[in-house]
Ligand binder design. Structure first.
Ligand SMILES: Cc1cc2nc3c(=O)[nH]c(=O)nc-3n(C[C@H](O)[C@H](O)[C@H](O)COP(=O)(O)O)c2cc1C
Length: 184
């Protein structure tokens, strides 16, 4: 399995760290693309460095490199996840504005009918944000915001992160025991 992982400048870069760790452990071949603000936020809000994140990926692409493989539909992948996804990147995807490799790769993923999973992060959400999400949801993009569940009694922030990573792996049909699932 081969998945493109885009990371943008919304808060919540730790979700991307844990997702990439899980994908590596599962043997998934990953293409990592980080925006400028994703790098900045990772440094500001976590103990991890961009170098560490890059060490988890099979391939790393510069967000400015529109000639990278994932920029073309002729390069086949199993899909893409953007975690966390800023309202800016959400808007560019919803409007087909491919100004960087993340938005171009997302556009390619949609046009090729592959799975695109987006984790938008903002609060409160305005009508523009909501309409952009609705526009993408209508064409089959999976909108998976990082919203914690409490029915599984999380006892730490790591529990909450694991639960969201479980939801992301589930989107791609990757079996995992990451989160504490509801069993009735
Ligand atoms: C500390 C910090 C936290 C931010 N959190 C969010 C956020 O949660 N959601 C969001 O849409 N933008 C957030 N932003 C703003 C984005 O980083 C900004 O809109 C940027 O242009 C996004 O570009 P990108 O999508 O190319 O990464 C944040 C910025 C900073 C510095």
């Amino acid at each position: 399995m081969e998945i493109v992982v885009g990371i943008t400048g919304a808060t919540g870069s730790i979700y991307a760290v844990r997702l990439l760790e899980a994908l590596k452990e599962k043997g998934v071949y990953t293409h990592l693309i980080m925006s400028y603000w994703a790098r900045e936020n990772l440094i500001v809000e976590s103990k991890y460095s961009p170098d560490y994140l890059e060490s988890l990926a099979a391939e790393v692409h510069d967000n400015k490199n529109l000639g990278a493989r994932t920029s073309s539909g002729s390069y086949v992948t199993d899909g893409m996840v953007i975690v966390p996804c800023s309202m800016k990147t959400l808007s560019s995807i919803a409007n087909g504005y491919c100004e960087n490799l993340i938005s171009r790769s997302a556009d390619v993923t949609i046009k090729e009918g592959r799975k695109l999973v987006i984790c938008p992060r903002e609060t409160p959400l305005n009508v523009i944000h909501l309409e952009n999400m609705l526009r993408l949801a209508r064409i089959g993009v999976r909108i998976v915001p990082p919203m914690p569940a409490f029915y599984n009694h999380p006892s730490s922030i790591e529990d909450i992160i694991s639960h969201h990573v479980m939801k992301l792996l589930d989107q791609f049909g990757i079996s995992n025991a990451n989160g504490n699932r509801w069993n009735g």
